[in-house]
Design a binder for this molecule. Structure first.
Ligand code: UT7
Length: 329
């Protein structure tokens, strides 16, 4: 199986806004409590951007750190992918602004939208591009400024989200067995209505969206919760099968950080020891496409992922999308 490894992860980076929003801060904004948020979600703090910062700023910051970690210049990147649902503008792609900000002058740059599964969909695309020789070095960024699109009057959603960016540089494997062992992506568009921002596109253009309060994130929480538990289990089962791994082979599981209870359910389904599961939802809230690369970078920095370790990442998100990636670090 490892002889089929074509793509290697060469570096990672993050950008975390310094400003924080605690459960206590949220108690002053909506009718909620620290106790409710902790019990139902596991969240305590989120990081939020200031008014001046754009998605492309955070993305560029994470990208620069990932390039440094990979010991690579921006000019060496030939494909730049930003996974986001909160881009700078409707078009062009946020990736274009990031390309300019980091000087990745030789890259084709584009965005992908797969909500919280975005970073893993991006890794899957990168693996395909590098594996077929279409690209040499790919930069994948997951970045969200979700606090710009939440409805600050809706307590069922505004307490859940934070802002962050995470990035990874991918390049050709060196033959020692390290790299991407498998990827899996899935979508069920029948569930698109469960989690979306209806306004701002062609269906409800900006003027209509504002007058009808459609320009904010809408979520049917309990239904998303149920779909998420099923999707995470499916994503985990598929990636183990695709990569030819058993749970015992996994050194660290990084699940999308949406809700501690969803993570716990996934852990029970996978029958993986909880000490092999990385959780930081209490520190960042749900940062959508940034959640997995932020956790990945953090786990590396804490020494929880050493060269040769097997990391499995699983995510679900609006769309409905779900996916997974297994990588030998
Ligand atoms: O990345 C993908 C993004 N989304 C998710 O992963 C979210 C998945 N869903 C969830 O995590 C959970 O459904 C939530 C955390 C959003 C909600 O938890 P829940 O246990 O499903 O609560 P609920 O929506 O069934 O609401 C229970 C009660 C309701 O009150 P009543 O009708 O029982 O009186 C809500 O109005 O909790 C109330 N409630 C709140 N109370 C205090 C909802 N939000 C809050 C709040 N503070 N922030």
């Amino acid at each position: 199986m490892e002889n089929n490894v074509k793509t290697m992860m060469l570096g990672t980076g993050v950008a975390i806004p310094p400003k924080t929003l605690t459960n206590q801060d949220l108690e002053k904004i909506v009718d909620t409590s620290d106790e409710w948020i902790r019990e139902r979600t596991g969240m305590q703090v989120r990081h939020i951007v200031d008014d001046e910062t754009q998605n492309s700023d955070l993305s560029a910051q994470a990208a620069k750190q990932a390039l440094k970690d990979a010991d690579m210049d921006a000019e060496e990147i030939d494909t730049l992918i930003v996974a986001t649902v909160t881009g700078d503008v409707t078009f062009p792609a946020t990736a274009c602004y990031v390309q300019d900000k980091i000087g990745a002058v030789n890259a084709a740059a584009f965005d992908i939208q797969a909500a919280c599964s975005g970073f893993l969909f991006g890794l899957s695309i990168a693996d395909g591009f590098v594996g077929t020789g279409k690209s040499k070095n790919v930069l994948v960024i997951g970045c969200e400024l979700l606090t710009r699109i939440v409805d600050w009057k809706d307590r069922s959603t505004c307490v859940l989200f934070g802002d962050a960016a995470g990035a990874a540089v991918l390049g050709p494997a060196n033959g020692d067995g390290r790299g991407i062992l498998g990827t899996f992506m899935k979508t069920d568009g029948r569930l698109a209505h469960l989690l979306c921002m209806p306004g701002g596109g062609t269906r409800y253009p900006a003027q209509v969206a504002i007058s009808e309060n459609l320009n904010t994130l809408k979520m049917r929480g309990p239904e998303v919760f149920r779909a998420a538990v099923t999707a995470m289990g499916d994503a985990a089962a598929h990636i183990l099968e695709t990569a030819g791994l058993t749970v015992d082979d996994v050194d660290l599981l990084i699940p999308h950080q949406a809700n501690k209870r969803i993570i716990d359910a996934t852990v029970r389904r996978m029958k993986i020891p909880p000490e092999k599961v990385y959780i930081n939802v209490h520190e960042y809230g749900n940062t959508s496409s940034a959640s997995i690369p932020v956790a990945l970078n953090e786990a590396k920095e804490k020494g929880l992922l050493k060269p040769g370790d097997v990391c499995v990442m699983v995510a679900f998100g609006g769309g409905f999308t779900w996916g997974s990636v297994a990588v030998r670090m």
